[in-house]
Each structure stands twice: as structure tokens, then as C-alpha cells.
Design a protein around this ligand. Structure first.
Ligand code: GLN
Length: 533
């Protein structure tokens, strides 16, 4: 039978609940346990797929093609788990299923209520995740902050869980903020006391507190938190700001959080040290030997979360190559006019990530032209590949009006809608989503990078390279090095006579890990390091 850890957040949002959850997964996995992680999101959207990145940040795509919260990206990067549609629940999904059951008559004669019907549906989904994953421990992160109206049904379901499953099988962890007040010259525990108070009103008594803090917590402060919050002193864990998020598992491990959890569950497991992680990931991030500047040309660059997995994957490429990756975030709209050489000065690599809509496209096309002509290492992802196709069509194949039909009706629709997409009326969940196989051409750069002939990568797009133009492109020197065999769809393009010019229709960033950089990012950074600025 699985055990369950519920992780709630208090005081303010953005405390790093996702990273804390992933780090807990990491330290438990290192003890030989099989873990599963899931995120409960209180918003009413069925999934984040139709949300603007400014609202939500990156949409993370799972192997099975679910569009999910970006915290699932942390889970996969820190642990060996593979997320799926069972790993993310939203209020929208829960209500959707309850209401459709009601329409079928499954609850005949009853009034449908938040308790028990909505909470039962939530608990069912959590148990389903346990069942499917066969995990020893299911870590459930609850989105939002305690005190929000929206998250109440989820918290109520968590409360009931302990009653259903027994005290020893459920553990509650609360992540909170212990701010340092400059004027007073000390840290303050009151927000934490209030937050725990609110949790207790709901009926959840936390077993562990993780305190985010800028200043180290003294013994006295820990004692105070312990007394006022009714949590054992050793279970008051401090989580100071660190240089890299990959240090957090070590921070927890030092404070024997794994032991505290195992002893609550009465589990005896092999010991562990996390030495590989420390040596292979943390020390390399902290002590890089080289430095490389990579430009990311996007249109949501002000928001750190919009390209989360891209930034992480670049960091992973740096870890592999012992290099610090300086990311220069450039707003693609700004590149539409003016001196592009100036704006891209000093960069050793250009990455154009995924995206939707016409805004900023022309700036991306200009940046790609510069990468192609000046032999600057280039990695294009999804929309980035589509822009590389447009650029090549216009400037190499002489098809000046070439465009994607996503943006314009044109005589040269080099990127166009997939046939199967034409029938879709709904926008939610209807893109080409999830992992598909891709066959790689022998002798290509892609083959060298992946070192194999068949790969599986995750997708999230509606538009495709228009195969009618394949011959023209090939004659002008473009190589179509990756193809989805079942339908002949173009997955990877590259150029001859360029040190590293590769673009992919899929999203390799979702499968990169700090201790196993994705090959495309690994070699992109390597190429950047050899590029002479
Ligand atoms: N907008 C493009 C499409 O739908 C690219 C999507 C993306 O970059 N994820 O095909």
C-alpha cells in the first residue's frame, strides 16, 4: 500500500513548493523507494493548455501528451519519475467528471455537494495515481496558498485522507516563509504561526514545516516555531536561499528530512548519501570552468517561468560541459528593427523557443538569418524550427512571401496546418501532443548528437513543415534529418557547412536532466564554447 505526503504552502506564493516537492522525491528515491509526484491545481481550467504563459508560465507536456503544470518539470528533472495524465489534477477536471457522472444519472436521487462528491472525486484521483504508479510514496503538492478560497476542496480532501488511510500512512508538510525584517534586525515567525493556524482550522495539523528564509534560523527561533505551531523541533526544517535549486535536496538531507519522513511512516530503508548529485550536479554548477553566453529569443522573456524547461536544459548543457551558461533573454519584437548585430553582440549561441501567434516572429526570423549566415550555433525548438524554415524559404530558396499559415495566408505556405488538425473545433487539448517516434538519418548531425537512429520526443503544436517544399529546400542544402515515419512529418532540420544549426519540431527541453543533459542541449553548449565571438 502506498503512503502519502501532502505538501501545502503558506504566507505567499512562489516559495518554491514544486522544488521542495521534487527535492523530497529525490531524497526518498535515493533511499531506494519508488516515488510518484502529483500536483493539484485549484484553477477551473481543465488544463493550462489554453492559458497565456503570462498567466501560467510554461505548459509542461508529459510523455502521454497531457498539458500540465510546470512543477511536473521539476519532478521529472529531480527524480526518475515519468509524469503522466495521472500526475496533475485541476478543479476543472474534477468538476467536469462529477458533472458528467451526474448527467449520466450515477448519483440518482442525490444532491451533489462539494463534500463528499467533489472531495471523493479528488481522493479517487490521488488513489488512482498511487495505483497506476505502484509507488511506495505518493507526494501530492497542493497549488495555491493556504487561505485561498479555491484550494479549500483540495485541502479538505487531504484532511479526509488521513482519516481514510490511517495516521501512519499520511504525512503533512507545510512550506512557509520566515521573513527577515531589516528594521527589527530579526526573523519573524508570526506569518508562519498564522498560516499553520489557518491549516489547523481546516483540520490539517502539519507534521513538518519547511521554512523559507534568507537568514539562518537560530535554535531559539526553531524552538519558538515548534512550540507555537505544534511541530517537533527537529521537524522544523530551514530552507535558505541557495545559488542553485539543485542544492535543495542536499539542504533537506543535511537536516535528515528523509529520516523524519521514514520514521513517521515506520519504514526502514537503505541509507544514502547523494554523493553523485553533489559531485555531478551541484559542484559543477557552483564551480564552472568555462562561460558561454546564449541568447534566447522569445516573446515572453520578462517572465522567468515562461521558458522554464528551456532555461533548465541550457543549464544542464552547461553542467555537462563544465560551463556557466549566461542566458541573454531577448525580446523578439525588439529584434524586428535596428542593428541586430549590436543586440546579439557577444553571444555564442542562439536559441529560438516555441510559441504561438505572429507577434515577434519577424525578429526571430532575423536572428535565425544572422545565426545561419554568421555560423553562430543555433537551436530552434518547435516554433523556432518553423521560423528557421520560413527564413530559409525567404532568403535561400527565393520564396520572399513564405510564411506559416498560422500567421498569414501566403502563396508559399511552407508551414501549414496538419490535415488531422483541420477537423478540430475545440482549442483545448487538441494539438499534436506527447511523445512520437522520430527516425534519424544516418550521417546527419542529429545522428551524431543522439548517437542512434530512433528517438522519442514530446510535441505540442498544430502546424508542420509543408512537405510540398521538401525538394526545393533539399536542393538548396537543407537536410531533413528526422522524420516521423508513420506520416512522413518533418521533425528535425539542419544545415550543411555550419558548425551547429539544428531545429526540431518537438520539445527536447522536457526530457533534459541536470545529471543527464539532453544531447541537443549538451552539444549546443559545446558548439557555443568553441564559437569564437
Ligand atoms: N505555434 C506553432 C504550432 O502550433 C508552434 C507551437 C510551439 O512552438 N509549441 O505549430
Amino acid at each position: 500500500m502506498s503512503k502519502y505526503i501532502f505538501i501545502t504552502g503558506g504566507v505567499i506564493s512562489s516559495l518554491g513548493k514544486g522544488i521542495a516537492s521534487a527535492s523530497i522525491g529525490k531524497i526518498l528515491e535515493s533511499r531506494g523507494l519508488k516515488v510518484a509526484l502529483m500536483k493539484l491545481d485549484p484553477y477551473i481550467n481543465v488544463d493550462p493548455g489554453t492559458m497565456n504563459p503570462y498567466q501560467h508560465g510554461e505548459v509542461y507536456v508529459t510523455e502521454d501528451g497531457s498539458e500540465t503544470d510546470l512543477d511536473l518539470g521539476h519532478y521529472e528533472r529531480f527524480t526518475n519519475t515519468v509524469s503522466s495524465r495521472f500526475s496533475n489534477i485541476t478543479t476543472g477536471q474534477v468538476y467536469n467528471s462529477v458533472i458528467s457522472r451526474e448527467r449520466k444519472g450515477d448519483y440518482l436521487g442525490k444532491t451533489i455537494q462539494v463534500i463528499p462528491h467533489i472531495t471523493d472525486a479528488i481522493k479517487e484521483r490521488i488513489r488512482e495515481c498511487a495505483l497506476v504508479s505502484k509507488a511506495d510514496i505518493v507526494i501530492v503538492e497542493i497549488g495555491g496558498t493556504v487561505g485561498d478560497i479555491e484550494s479549500l476542496p483540495f485541502l479538505e480532501a487531504c484532511r479526509q485522507f488521513r482519516l481514510d488511510m490511517g495516521y501512519d500512512n499520511v504525512l503533512y508538510i507545510h512550506l512557509t516563509l520566515v521573513p527577515y525584517i531589516k528594521a527589527a534586525g530579526e526573523v519573524k515567525t508570526k506569518p508562519t504561526q498564522h498560516s499553520v493556524g489557518t491549516l489547523r482550522e481546516i483540520g490539517i495539523v502539519p507534521d513538518v514545516l519547511i521554512c523559507r528564509t534568507e537568514e539562518p534560523l537560530t535554535d531559539g527561533v526553531k524552538e519558538k516555531i515548534s512550540l507555537f505551531c505544534n511541530v517537533k523541533k527537529e521537524a522544523v526544517i530551514e530552507s535558505p536561499d541557495k545559488q542553485t535549486i539543485y542544492q535543495i535536496p542536499l539542504v533537506f538531507k543535511e537536516q535528515i528530512l528523509d529520516e523524519i519522513i521514514l520514521s513517521h511512516f515506520k519504514l526502514i530503508c537503505k541509507s544514502s548519501e547523494l554523493k553523485d548529485w553533489e559531485k555531478g550536479v551541484v559542484n559543477r554548477v557552483l564551480n564552472p570552468k568555462h562561460k558561454v553566453t546564449i541568447a534566447v529569443i522569445g516573446k515572453y522573456i520578462e517572465l522567468q517561468d515562461a521558458y522554464k524547461s528551456i532555461y533548465e536544459a541550457l543549464t544542464h548543457g552547461g553542467i555537462h560541459n563544465n560551463a556557466k551558461v549566461e542566458i541573454k533573454k531577448i525580446d523578439s519584437e525588439r529584434l524586428e528593427k535596428g542593428s541586430i548585430e549590436k543586440m546579439l553582440e557577444g553571444v555564442s549561441g542562439i536559441l529560438v523557443p516555441g510559441g504561438f501567434g505572429y507577434r515577434g516572429i519577424e525578429g526571430k526570423v532575423r536572428a535565425i538569418q544572422m545565426a545561419r549566415q554568421n555560423k553562430i550555433p543555433f537551436l530552434g525548438i518547435c516554433l523556432g524550427m518553423q521560423c528557421a524554415v520560413i527564413e530559409f524559404a525567404r532568403h535561400v530558396c527565393g520564396l520572399a512571401a513564405a510564411n506559416s499559415t498560422e500567421f498569414k495566408q501566403t502563396r508559399y505556405p511552407v508551414i501549414s496546418l496538419l490535415e488531422e488538425q483541420k477537423g478540430h473545433k475545440n482549442l483545448g487539448g487538441t494539438m499534436r501532443l506527447g511523445a512520437y517516434p522520430c527516425k534519424i538519418k544516418k550521417g546527419s548531425l542529429a545522428f551524431k548528437v543522439y548517437d542512434r537512429g530512433m528517438i522519442h520526443e514530446r510535441h505540442r503544436h498544430r502546424y508542420e513543415f509543408n512537405n510540398q517544399y521538401k525538394k526545393i529546400f533539399e536542393n538548396k542544402g537543407m537536410i531533413f534529418s528526422g522524420i516521423y515515419p508513420q506520416k512522413g512529418l518533418v521533425e528535425i532540420i539542419e544545415l550543411k557547412n555550419h558548425p551547429y544549426f539544428i531545429a526540431v519540431q518537438f520539445h527536447p527541453e522536457f526530457k533534459s536532466k541536470p545529471d543527464k543533459a539532453h544531447p541537443l542541449f549538451r552539444d549546443f553548449i559545446k558548439a557555443g564554447l568553441s564559437f569564437k565571438v
